[in-house]
Design a protein around this ligand. Structure first.
Ligand code: SAH
Length: 352
């Protein structure tokens, strides 16, 4: 661990704010998450949160099958790159690649991962994967099969608030020794689309330049080199206002201002904007559907029943895992699956 990482991030932020004034919420969230992921494996029962691939192997398997189906109908291009953004422990990739290999789909594997700790886990799960800091150096010579599960929600968001004097950036200041949100002093009306500038005082608008940049790159890659992409996350499919930033620690919601770098900070994904950005770069939008509906259309029930039959002692666990992924009051409705394809590539199942 480097010296800078020994100093609690809260202390570093406090010093920074004392000397330079309040920092933007976007900077706070970006640095807090970089520190958070770099210093731990946050997944699983003993960690802070759990994700779909960690709940059930069926999740990664069905994603693998979805990719196999598209790849076969695209005439089995070879070579082909499997690209995953923020692979966590590598579980999704491991489950998907196992299924893909049964159909002779053996892609080159590329992981975009910022955390050294998680890279280690991913290397164990999928030996031989190539690691990247971002999408920029993924080879351009062949089509990509891209997956991102709960990646975009971890990227920082910018918030603007309507005050009596117009729109301002949401900043983090120190008040009574604690971090607190406040409106910045610089006018930011130019950053708000004209159609939304007259929203009532106190309205917060959220946007993620980091998500927008990633989606732009994905769209461009699909258009240039062919392939398909699945973007899975919690988010919304109608424009909305208000803050969606939340912090989770040990499976409970905590105050996002409490201990930067020690809790997972997330925001909901704006799937409408993501779709438009990808399309503006030339990718084809296949649809955005609720995770539960998508998994059911792909046969999650049959797959779970088969697994339960093959290992009767695991039946309760397999079926309760399936329920967590698809039930509307669990992950089934809040989570969305967005499909994208290169022009000329076939549409995948589950979006019709
Ligand atoms: N997809 C995994 C993990 C989700 S957690 C799963 O479903 O289990 C978010 C993942 O994104 C982690 O692997 C984290 O280290 C990575 N990540 C977060 N911000 C990142 C960034 N800016 N650049 C690269 N990876 C990032």
């Amino acid at each position: 661990m480097s010296e800078a990482q020994d100093l609690p991030l809260a202390d570093k932020f406090r010093r920074l704010i004392e000397t330079q004034g309040p920092m933007s919420l976007m900077e706070y969230m970006g640095e807090a998450n970089a520190r958070y992921y770099a210093t731990r494996d946050p997944l699983g029962a003993k960690g802070d949160f759990i994700t779909a691939p960690e709940i059930s192997q069926v999740f990664g398997e069905l994603i693998g099958l979805w990719l196999v189906d598209v790849w076969i109908r695209a005439d089995k291009p070879d070579p082909v790159h499997f690209v995953e953004l923020g692979p966590g422990r590598g579980t999704l990739a491991k489950d998907a690649l196992r299924v893909m290999a049964r159909y002779d789909l053996v892609p080159q594997v590329h992981f975009v991962e910022g955390s050294p700790t998680l890279r280690e886990a991913q290397e164990k799960a999928v030996p031989g994967a190539t690691f990247h800091d971002d999408l920029s150096d993924i080879p351009e010579n062949a089509p990509i099969l891209l997956v991102a599960n709960e990646f975009l929600d971890a990227l920082p968001v910018r918030q603007l608030v309507r005050t009596g004097e117009g729109w301002r950036e949401v900043m983090v200041a120190v008040k009574n020794e604690r971090f607190a949100l406040m409106a910045g002093s610089e006018p930011r009306d130019d950053s708000v689309p004209a159609s939304r500038r007259n929203l009532p005082k106190g309205t917060v608008l959220e946007m993620s330049p980091a998500c927008a940049a990633v989606m732009g790159e994905i769209g461009q890659r699909l258009a240039l080199q062919g392939g398909t992409a699945l973007i899975i996350d919690y988010g919304y499919t109608e424009p909305r206002a208000g803050s969606s930033v939340q912090a989770v620690r040990e499976h409970s919601k905590v105050d996002a201002m409490e201990a930067p770098g020690e809790a997972d900070l997330t925001a909901h994904v704006d799937f409408v904007l993501m779709r438009h950005i990808a399309a503006s770069k030339g990718a084809r939008w296949l649809g955005t559907v609720e995770q539960g509906r998508w998994l059911r259309r792909l046969g999650v029930d049959r797959r779970a029943e088969a697994l339960a039959q093959a290992a009767p002692d695991q039946k309760a666990k397999v079926l309760s895992g399936r329920d967590r992924l698809v039930d509307v009051d669990q992950m089934g409705e809040l989570f969305k699956v967005m499909g994208l394809a290169a022009p000329g590539w076939p549409s995948g199942e589950g979006f019709a």
